[in-house]
Ligand binder design. Structure first.
Ligand code: MG
Length: 127
């Protein structure tokens, strides 16, 4: 059963691989992009949740989130759940920028699962 795609925005190749495996293990398709601009450019239609790193090579995860929120408004889309992957205490900034939640890195499968269940789990075409 199709669950939709979870987008991971992360520049560290190891963390890209680990998060992708964890998300696939949870039964979701996972797409990874390595920078914020690619995340902003990505069509949001088939994405159900975004995990967003903060430290990225071009624009930060905070800036990317603000641009995605602007894009949603422009395109009249409903709000995409965006969960920050933070390495340190920038939670306030993440929430102010329009993120919905945050988890500390390295994100373990239990942390990712909690967020997937919270934002796309219940009643959302669960298999
Ligand atoms: Mg990073």
């Amino acid at each position: 059963m199709q669950h939709g795609i979870i987008l991971v925005v992360e520049d560290d190749p190891t963390l890209q691989m680990v998060s992708k495996m964890a998300i696939q293990h949870l039964g979701y398709q996972c797409e990874v992009v390595g920078n914020g601009e690619d995340a902003v450019k990505r069509d949001l239609e088939d994405i159900v949740l975004i995990f967003m790193d903060i430290g990225l090579p071009d624009i930060t995860g905070v800036q990317a989130t603000m641009l995605i929120r602007e894009k949603e408004l422009r395109e009249g889309r409903k709000r995409m759940p965006i969960v920050a992957l933070t390495g340190h205490a920038v939670e306030d900034r993440c929430l102010q920028a329009g993120m919905d939640d945050f988890i500390q890195k390295p994100a373990l499968i239990d942390d990712l699962k909690k967020m997937v269940d919270k934002y796309v789990g219940d009643g959302n075409d669960a298999n």
